[in-house]
Design a protein around this ligand. Structure first.
Ligand SMILES: Nc1ncnc2c1ncn2[C@@H]1O[C@H](COP(=O)(O)OP(=O)(O)OP(=O)(O)O)[C@@H](O)[C@H]1O
Ligand SMILES: [Mg+2]
Length: 234
């Protein structure tokens, strides 16, 4: 599903040049939930941005299915992001003065989805994340965990084939964090969404099928977790 082939990516020039990724070979099969862990600055977010087509590699290739992202036009890439990739960040990125429902509806509206279908998809996504009871609340009145659930609903409403989550629990306490990881796991299993999640906490990593450790732009460890549904599940 996701394929990295000898990917290198650097930023800056001269003395400020940073080799963010120094040769990444990496395959994520369809339906897998893969945790990416590693120290700050090791290249985790860069990796996710490459999958989203927000960055292009300097060398090597990134493929989503059979499409090489660098070969796609920027219009096709934005369409792909809008229709196929759900993105969840550490800082929820909701529009504060819109309601929860309105936030979830935004990407559908951008995509010109008909009103009835929009309502239906928003209701379904909000139900999946357990936020129906807050659907008319303004985003800035929600708790951190609730905001993140709405952000996940927004990512889901498009029926993505891939979800990219960059430290989705980074701003949450451990209980809310656990709920978010369990939610991502449930959606991965129920909907078969291929999921890449950057996380600092090994506990969250253990909810995944696999943990990939990145250090200084290289993969240093690639651990398959045993048992159906990952080692962290009861
Ligand atoms: N747009 C950019 N311009 C310049 N340097 C960048 C840019 N994006 C990332 N870098 C550098 O590339 C390296 C990897 O960054 P990246 O954001 O991928 O790290 P990370 O593993 O996500 O770190 P963190 O855990 O702190 O989020 C860092 O040294 C960073 O400073
Ligand atoms: Mg990062």
């Amino acid at each position: 599903m996701i394929h990295f082939d000898a990917v290198q990516k650097a930023f800056g020039h001269g003395t400020t040049r940073v080799e963010a990724l120094r040769g990444i070979d990496f395959d994520v099969p369809r339906g897998q939930m893969c945790a990416i862990m590693g120290p700050s600055g090791s290249g985790k977010s860069t990796l996710l941005h490459l999958v989203a087509g927000l960055l292009h590699p300097d060398h090597g290739r990134v493929l989503l299915g059979d499409r090489e992202l660098s070969a796609m036009s920027s219009d096709d890439l934005s369409l792909m992001r809008r229709r196929e990739i759900g993105i969840v960040f550490q800082f929820f990125n909701l529009l504060p003065y819109l309601t929860a429902d309105e936030n979830v509806a935004l990407p559908l509206r951008l995509d010109g989805i008909a009103h009835d279908e929009e309502r239906e998809r928003v209701a379904r996504a909000m139900d999946m994340v357990g936020m129906t009871h807050r659907k008319n609340h303004q985003a800035n009145s929600l708790s951190g965990g609730e905001m993140q659930r709405v952000a996940i609903a927004r990512a889901l409403a498009i029926s993505p084939s891939v979800v990219l989550a960059d430290e989705p629990t980074g701003n949450l306490d451990s209980i809310a964090g656990r709920q978010i990881i369990e939610l991502l796991r449930m959606l991965n299993e129920d909907l078969g969404v291929t999921t890449l999640v950057v996380t600092h906490d090994p506990v969250w990593g253990s909810f995944c099928d696999r943990i990939v450790r990145v250090s200084d732009g290289r993969i240093t460890e690639d651990i398959a977790l045993t048992g159906s549904g990952g080692a962290g599940r009861a």
